[in-house]
Design a protein around this ligand. Structure first.
Ligand code: ADP
Length: 220
């Protein structure tokens, strides 16, 4: 019970996805109880997470002993073993855990998780594949689709928009996108305003509808 503090998450399955997720949570100050049935997976994270336990998470008794039922948030990061993923997820749902995130390795797997009532089903490989496609196609340094046809793009600046205030470039009217922030080498990110004058080598964050954000970033 000591682990189930206010800001804590239980991560079940410490493969590549679960490990990266658990470590990132720790980095940002969240307590993590990590569970994996493989001894090597549990051992490699020993001391790096708040608690790491080697256990078969499909066993209700094992989860209860670890006070998993007292957590508000849980991540099921088991993918390859779809049966285990479904069994563990249904146990967590039965416990009444409010916030459940589960990783799906395929559309049918995801559909089952959604049918069970999981609030957040994530498709890491599919999402990453789609995201990388956008990066491969253009000059973008990063691309995040936020849903409902809107995207955030990190990119360089076309020479046309350098050396004069952003407000005078007419970017918003002509391209339907907004330059939200910019970064000069060696300096932190700053918000862009109508007065911001971009220089060669600057990096910008552009937001807008997917097509428009992408075509704006594609300009050579
Ligand atoms: P990734 O692609 O992120 O490495 P995997 O699905 O291959 O994901 O790995 C999931 C992890 O979940 C593995 O480390 C595996 O040992 C663990 N795991 C699978 N079944 C169980 C279970 N019943 N209880 C606890 N951990 C499990």
């Amino acid at each position: 019970a000591e682990v189930a503090a206010a800001d804590s998450v239980v991560v079940i399955g410490l493969g590549r996805f679960g490990q990266a997720l658990a470590l990132e949570l720790m980095d940002n100050g969240t307590d993590v109880l990590g569970i994996d049935e493989r001894e090597d997976a549990a051992q490699s994270l020993n001391g790096l997470l708040t608690h790491v336990v080697q256990a078969d998470a499909t066993k209700e008794e094992a989860l209860r002993q670890l006070s998993v039922h007292e957590f508000d948030r849980a991540v099921v990061a088991i993918g390859t073993d779809i049966e285990a993923s479904i069994l563990v997820t249904s146990l967590l749902l039965r416990f009444g855990i409010r916030d459940i995130w589960a990783k799906a390795v395929s559309d049918p797997h995801g559909a089952i998780l959604e049918q069970l009532g999981v609030g957040h089903v994530v498709y890491p490989e599919k999402d990453m594949g789609r995201r990388v496609a956008h990066l491969v196609r253009g000059r973008m340094q990063d691309y995040i689709e936020v849903g409902d046809d809107f995207a955030l793009v990190k990119t360089t600046v076309h020479p046309e928009f350098l050396g004069r205030p952003l407000g005078e470039t007419g970017i918003r009217g002509r391209f339907g996108v907004t330059v939200t922030a910019f970064k000069r080498e060696g300096q932190p990110w700053s918000y862009a305003t109508a007065e911001t004058v971009l220089e060669p080598g600057d990096t910008i964050l552009v937001t807008g509808p997917v097509r428009r954000a992408e075509s704006f970033s594609q300009r050579m």
